[in-house]
Design a protein around this ligand. Sequence first.
Ligand SMILES: Nc1ncnc2c1ncn2[C@@H]1O[C@H](COP(=O)(O)OP(=O)(O)OP(=O)(O)O)[C@@H](O)[C@H]1O
Length: 614
Amino acid sequence: MEEEIGYDQAVEVAHLNKSYGSGKNKLKVLDNMQMRVATGAIYGLLGPSGCGKTTLLRCIIGRLSWESGTIVTLGKKPGTIGHPVPGSSVGYMPQELALFQDFTISETLSYFGRLHKMTSKRVKERMTFLLDFLHLPDKGRLIRQLSGGQQRRTSFAIALLQEPQLLILDEPTVGVDPLLRQRIWEHLLDIAHSSNITIIITTHYVEEARQAHMVGLMRNGRLLAECSPEELIEKHNLPTLEDVFLELCERDQIGDIEQNEGCAGISTQVCYHDWFVISINQINFKSREARELRQQQAKRLKKFFFPSASNVLALFIKNLTILRRQIGFLLFEFMLPAMQIVMFCLCIGRDPFNLNVAVVNNETCHPPPVPLIPFAASCAFLQHIDSHYINDFQHRYNEARESVESGDNWGVISIGSNFTQDLMIRITFFMATGLTAMSFVLERKQGLLDRSFVAGVTNMEVMIGHISTQFLVMLVQVSLLLVFAIAVFHVVAEGSLVLVVLLTLFQGLVGMALGLLISTICIEETSAIQCALGSVYPNMLLSGIIWPLESMPMNLRYVSYCLPMTYAAEAMRCILARGWGLTYMPVWRGFLMSIGWGWILMALSAIALAIRKF
Ligand SMILES: Nc1ncnc2c1ncn2[C@@H]1O[C@H](COP(=O)(O)OP(=O)(O)OP(=O)(O)O)[C@@H](O)[C@H]1O
């Protein structure tokens, strides 16, 4: 049974050290940082720009890891599995807007309400209150149509939505008029008092922090003072908090901060209150941590394999809403693969000029007028060629080659027996890669991904959310592709259509998983696009789709066998041209490779997501 620890301090930070980068580029941002926030208090975190406030807040909510020191948020280390931090116990308003520009206010709040597992009735109630309280316009208005101040207030509304135990507000009053700013502070004081909600707030308007119960003054990643505003002002005998702040900064610059008697060993002015009855050192976290480690690993694995259905549903609906808002682009996406196959089947019929070449066709052409003849794209190609220009149709490769050697022809066109079938695998794979390659990039840049993570979403849930939405798009794409290829152009299809559809979908999923990996690794849109294109061409060249594997150097051939498309393309040829089923090795091997690659790429994406901690 888990040990329940009551906490008088909602947040305790002790000896925290945190750096960004490594080696020569290492930047120490938090330096032996200390902080204690009593439950039900409003804590104003003040400090010059770049002193590490946001970094500290992100550590407190479990979005950043640190090198050494301890953080206890609402009784446990943030990020502990089963602990709702990050999750519903914390409301976070980041500095950046972090809003879906194409969502309405209502859709935005509903999305976060679903993540926090609120009933739709409760979401409606809170929405009505927040719209009125924050002077927001009609809930049907798109975020992009709101003014800067209105957008910030919407962002604030998200943080307040589920009435969390802990509110972390990173500069919530920037761009808010003084009247509304005062209302916000009154509301914060009210919820802290009536609901025992703890609030940590950063602000550059130092004077407004006088309304907080406690203020922490930071500089260069260290805490200079932690006191109630009145005590600080009284102690320094200065008229304003801002003056105290300036004086402390100046004294810190010349190394003249007094050591507080009650706080030996910490070069910080700290005022003790009745709230601070538990010292972080009194709790034996080390022994508890060791005991919990094994349980945590088991829980982490469970959470990885059994994601929350309601979170996945919330992400799915969110992604669908994004797609709905881009309906033109969505239609284009639906049609693109079908257009590619149509163009391919139509355009190859154009007359080339002055080509005196021998043609060897290994695909089977049926003479008209056989009804519903299976279509081989190569046959259409040959039928459309004016025999005046390409007039030497050989049937055997050696004969064709000899005709070139003897000077009768200047070249040989040899059409492989798999010319048309491979196309479907190729188009599906690359389209799917394109579908997901940008999934995280934009959301991450706008801080949206981070906000979902703070609301308790896991990496796996985000990935499943994206894959399930894009899978819908891919279903439409594959249906259109197969209709055009098989029903309209009669591409040879001797085998089971179910296997064809399944293999195409599996290949699409592998392409999507590759796209996800790309979008996890790349920070900018341009690098994601280049990465997607860069992975497409080697894949295409090496997988034997453009040129036969047999013509490759032996070592390269082994590389080719390991690629996701090689065996799948072979399996597709065997199903379509030979009518083989799953009992044949080349067919099941193609399926097995597709499934294996899908899992490998998904796992790599999950690992990359976990390491990057967006
Ligand atoms: N992801 C990052 N990689 C490298 N350096 C970073 C990163 N994020 C922040 N920093 C650096 O860490 C330092 C502290 O940044 P942080 O955002 O925590 O400061 P802040 O006190 O919140 O500043 P502000 O008040 O301007 O928001 C800055 O020097 C910043 O450049």
